[in-house]
Design a protein around this ligand. Structure first.
Ligand SMILES: CCCCCC/C=C/C(=O)SCCNC(=O)CCNC(=O)[C@H](O)C(C)(C)COP(=O)(O)OP(=O)(O)OC[C@H]1O[C@@H](n2cnc3c(N)ncnc32)[C@H](O)[C@@H]1OP(=O)(O)O
Length: 359
């Protein structure tokens, strides 16, 4: 028997009592089913391309096609009952006593053999960084700076290292609109990059595949960068109507000279792993077939070196630059805050989301 109107009304009230936020994807599904159950198939005009939120909602409702009101009601009730059950059951795994686990499974943090590894774990989205992941990486770096490990590693799961900022981060407009979104993204960017500037132990990037955007720019703040020969390094900021971050406007010219840096940061020239190594952004390139084995064997050996000596050596190498790097980070974040509110940037993001543009 299909759910009654009363079951549906109860489910609508129950949603408001959920203990955990079910996330945007589920909320969108709930919205679409609610509209279908109460109004039937989508019957309003499609919002404009730049009206991200209403367009996403419209797409979700429209995708339900001619599903009957009764079936939508039933699906809504079933979904709410699954959500209520899971928000009441205890979490399956207790977090490790000594480390606060990331909020989502898009980031996996492990410590073994004197190495703390922070792994980007969204392979289906090429490890694009969600807002939650920026927060989780900040927390992971803060914990790693105080834990027992000698070395900290950032790497990715799957065939990509990271495709940079998740472009849908810019579509979740808060109540304060675009201006507020740009303000809070700039503040988060600044905190995120500051953690890399201040990180006190050897920090190693294990670049397991192509890298884009902010995952490339922050490499100038790592101590060592190992890359597979499948990796590439791409900073398409002009294509996106944006400008450099991660202190790359300062570190890249220093590392590779101003004209090579300009070709990457102004014109979005994509470097192969070998080119990035020749220009000093990458420490060493390994054949893809033996990449993981060779890199981890080497890191395990390094992690047995006296940790305090490594910390102190890093301080001597990096400390005199810190003040400058913080100032560069502040300036880059503030310039980006303006860029994110520009038509150039909004149009580039809309093009990607409507699948017209790929890098
Ligand atoms: C707090 C805010 C701080 C912001 C700091 C500023 C940061 C700036 C940057 O990082 S700029 C760089 C932004 N990144 C991009 O522009 C990359 C966009 N992605 C692509 O061009 C391509 O996806 C690709 C070249 C990385 C890979 O192409 P391909 O191999 O053909 O795979 P798909 O395109 O099919 O990708 C699979 C799947 O992943 C989704 N995806 C990939 N990258 C992103 C991304 N950056 N943001 C959102 N989503 C991404 C893609 O849409 C596909 O999803 P689907 O399977 O269609 O659901």
């Amino acid at each position: 028997m299909l759910a009654s109107q009363k079951d549906f009304n109860n489910a609508v009230s129950q949603v408001k009592l959920l203990k955990e936020d079910p996330g945007n994807e589920v909320k969108l599904k709930l919205y679409a089913l609610y509209k279908q159950a109460t109004e039937g198939p989508c019957n309003v005009p499609k919002p404009g391309m730049l009206d991200f939120i209403n367009k996403t909602k419209w797409d979700a409702w429209n995708a339900l096609g001619s599903l009957s009101k009764e079936a939508a009601r039933q699906n809504y009730v079933d979904l709410v009952s699954r959500l209520s059950a899971s928000s009441e059951s205890p979490s399956p795994e207790a977090p490790a006593a000594d480390r606060k686990q990331p909020e989502s499974d898009s980031l996996v943090v492990t410590s073994e053999d004197g190495i703390t590894t922070i792994r980007l774990n969204r392979p289906a989205k090429k490890n694009a960084l969600t807002t939650q992941m920026y927060h989780d990486i900040i927390a992971a770096l803060q914990a790693a700076s105080k834990d027992e490990s000698a070395i900290t590693v950032l790497t990715g799961s799957g065939d990509y290292y990271c495709s940079g900022n998740d472009l849908t981060n810019f579509t979740h407009l808060p109540a304060g609109g675009l201006e507020e979104m740009a303000r809070s993204a700039a503040a988060l960017l600044r905190d995120f990059v500051n953690c890399f500037i201040d990180f006190p132990k050897p920090l190693v990037a294990v670049v397991n595949g192509p890298a884009v955007g902010i995952s490339v720019t922050i490499l100038g703040l790592f101590d060592v960068v190992y890359a597979t020969d499948r990796a590439s390094f791409h900073t398409p900021f002009s294509h996106l109507g944006q400008s450099p971050e991660g202190c790359s406007s300062y570190t890249f010219p220093k590392i590779m000279g101003s004209s090579k840096a300009a070709e990457m940061l102004l014109f979005g020239k994509k470097l192969t792993a070998q080119e990035a190594c020749a220009q000093g952004l990458v420490t060493e390139v390994f054949p893809d077939g033996t990449f993981q084995k060779e890199v981890w064997a080497r890191l395990k050996a390094y992690s047995k070196l006296p940790p305090n000596a490594m910390r102190i050596s890093k301080q001597i190498i990096r400390n005199r630059e810190k003040e400058k790097l913080h100032a560069v980070n502040a300036e880059e974040s503030s310039v980006l805050r303006e860029r994110w509110q520009s038509d150039e940037c909004m149009n580039a993001i809309a093009s990607f989301l409507s699948r017209k543009a790929k890098l």
